[in-house]
Design a protein around this ligand. Structure first.
Ligand code: FMN
Length: 229
């Protein structure tokens, strides 16, 4: 699989099969992902991988919280700016409409949306859960490093025939995650990730992207040589 194929075939998968993931594949991916770049090579990522009984335990604890309607843990970071302006707000709404529309959920049906979103805390049925922590002392550049690391993991998973879904949703149950993982106090949970084999019997809508000229500006001094792939 070349890099273009890995990038284009990666998507947020929200339905996995129970097929076990070989530990060797995970070790290969995580060893290689460590080559992701980071400012001054400080490698600010801290990763936990859960399978088997600890994963089941976490899903049980999270499921109990969902069932009880437990309030979410107080935020350690905001997932999105409070006032999300256009075009970001429009893109977010378009994503929500596509995701929940595909499940037959009407726009205003918040309860049904929440029910669908609660699949996050069951790892969408995936047999592997990954958690990514970052030291509280780190700044924005290191959060960007962690993002690069995450994408590297997700692309390498494609090379192993695996899929993933990164999940900030876990940050609202961070205390439950901590109960199972006991991370050092200085670490803050950024996100979780479901990992496994895609359940191809479930129709999962693909997201779109803004056209190139909405996000990229070429400032051309000379004509770039065109290079057809
Ligand atoms: C850091 C990060 C956190 C995300 N958190 C969630 C999440 O909690 N739950 C979820 O279903 N998808 C989550 N996503 C997936 C995004 O919704 C998805 O990447 C986006 O809509 C683009 O779709 P695609 O990945 O299928 O191309 C997250 C993605 C990223 C990069």
């Amino acid at each position: 699989m070349d890099v273009y194929e890995a990038v284009s075939s990666r998507h947020a998968v929200r339905a996995f099969t129970q097929r076990p993931v070989p530990k060797e594949a995970l070790c290969r991916v995580l060893s290689e992902a460590a080559w992701a770049p980071s400012g001054s090579n400080i490698q600010p990522w801290h990763v936990y991988v859960l399978t088997g009984a600890p994963l089941t335990e976490l899903k049980k604890l999270a499921g109990e919280r969902v069932a009880k309607g437990d309030p979410w843990d107080e935020r350690e970071y905001e997932m999105y700016p409070a006032a999300l302006t256009s075009p970001y707000r429009d893109r977010k709404s378009a994503f929500g409409a596509k995701r929940y529309g595909a499940l037959g959920i009407a726009r205003g049906d918040l309860e049904a949306r929440q029910r669908a979103a609660s699949a996050n805390w069951q790892f969408f049925g995936a047999p592997v859960g990954l958690f990514l922590y970052i030291d509280r002392g780190m700044g924005r550049p290191q959060w960007a490093d962690v993002g690069m690391y995450l994408q590297t993991v997700m692309l390498l998973l494609r090379a192993e025939g695996l899929h993933s879904c990164p999940q900030m949703a876990w940050s609202v149950y961070r205390k439950t995650v901590a109960k199972v993982l006991s991370p050092p106090k200085e670490l803050m949970l950024y996100c979780g990730m479901s990992i496994g084999y895609e359940d191809v019997t479930v129709d999962q809508p693909r997201t779109g992207r803004a056209p190139l000229d909405e996000t990229v500006t070429f400032v051309e001094g000379s004509v770039l040589q065109s290079h057809a792939r």
